[in-house]
Design a protein around this ligand. Structure first.
Ligand SMILES: Nc1nc2c(ncn2[C@@H]2O[C@H](COP(=O)(O)OP(=O)(O)O)[C@@H](O)[C@H]2O)c(=O)[nH]1
Ligand SMILES: [Mg+2]
Length: 323
């Protein structure tokens, strides 16, 4: 499964800057494709990122969130066909809302690992009443307060409060259930768009999770078992409902879960891909390794321990770290 991030936010807030800086910093060895949709913008400077990404698809006329969904989907499908990227970043135009793009990506079978709304901390006041800007916040699950170099700590705190209020009010909901589409969100601060690496943590391909599960007992686990990532095994006799129960009981700060799990009531192993409350399952043939779940979030140590206490089927492995 290909991972993707949608980057939204008003014109000039620093979306392209974030894209360029973060991709350069965190994904030097991944195959990245970038899709830009900005009126009259030259898009990402290809010279800056030549070693990193395969292609920039610039849809320059119209807006991908409204009339161009079909064009967007076929464009992305073409990129996948041609370049087989591991991660796709979509920078939306400042005038579009992210949710339709999220749906389009899911339509294509792409995992949407984050919808990032970049905020201009300095100029937030001048555009915060705009309804598109509000829906951009409401439709995202990662908020990045950018340009913090241009404000004082007191000013930043006010902006953060305003963001949280708007986010709550404009949070997109499932019209059937009335519940928010995304269970939680995270808020980070950034300068020149450079965000903490936690934002991108846990972006594994199915094969990586499977390999990880197969190798797990032989590895020095410290790489994957950290403050932000924690691994738990599942007992052999669980049923599909157990997975659902566990995912229902995640604490707020656990925002991604990846896993491979064998359950008694489904013939094939299941790949779990959970992001901010949105979950998808994929059946995997020929998997015979251990069942495990990788929990990802911020300072999740205690929360995963609590989860394992609550659910009998879930165990944190005891290690003897290799010398
Ligand atoms: N001072 C400052 N300027 C920034 C920061 N991030 C971006 N910029 C500048 O803001 C302008 C707009 O950035 P850009 O990434 O093109 O915004 P986009 O329209 O959202 O893609 C550019 O001139 C950037 O150099 C930041 O954190 N601090
Ligand atoms: Mg841009």
């Amino acid at each position: 499964m290909i991972s993707s991030f949608v980057i939204t936010g008003f014109l000039g807030v620093g979306k392209t800057t974030m894209l360029t800086n973060s991709v350069k910093q965190y994904f030097p060895d991944k195959k990245i494709a970038i899709v830009v949709n900005e009126f009259g913008d030259i898009g990402v400077d290809s010279k800056v990122l030549t070693n990193v990404y395969s292609e920039v698809l610039e849809i320059s006329e119209g807006c991908i969130c409204c009339q161009l969904a079909e064009e967007f989907e076929s464009g992305v499908a073409e990129i996948i066909e041609k370049y087989d990227p591991e991660i796709i970043f979509v920078e939306t135009s400042g005038a579009s809302e992210p949710f339709p793009i999220f749906l389009s990506l899911q339509n294509l079978g792409i995992s949407v690992d984050g919808i990032i709304c970049v905020v201009d901390s300095k100029n937030f006041d001048s555009y915060k009443d705009n309804s598109t800007a509000r829906y951009q916040l409401g439709g995202s699950n990662i908020i990045v307060m950018n340009k913090t170099d241009l404000v004082t700590e007191d000013e930043a705190k006010i902006v953060e409060m305003e963001i949280r209020t708007i986010k709550e009010k404009y949070d997109i909901k499932n019209t059937m259930t009335g519940k928010p589409i995304f269970k939680n969100y995270v808020l980070h601060r950034a300068e020149q768009g450079l965000v903490n690496k936690e934002v991108f943590e846990g972006i594994y391909r199915v094969e990586e999770v499977v390999k990880f599960a197969e190798d797990f007992t032989h590895l020095d686990h410290t790489v994957k078992d950290s403050l932000t990532q924690k691994v738990a095994y599942l007992k052999d006799d669980i049923v599909f409902q157990n997975i659902d129960d566990i995912l229902e009981h995640l604490s707020e700060n656990i925002y991604r879960v990846k896993g491979v799990v064998k359950v008694k009531d489904v013939p094939n192993a299941i790949f779990i891909n959970y992001s901010f409350g949105d979950v998808s399952f994929e059946e995997l043939e020929h998997y015979n390794g251990k069942s495990l779940m990788i929990f990802i979030g911020e300072n999740i140590d205690k929360d995963v321990t609590r989860l394992c206490d609550t659910f009998d089927s879930l165990n944190i492995p005891k290690f003897t770290v290799k010398q």
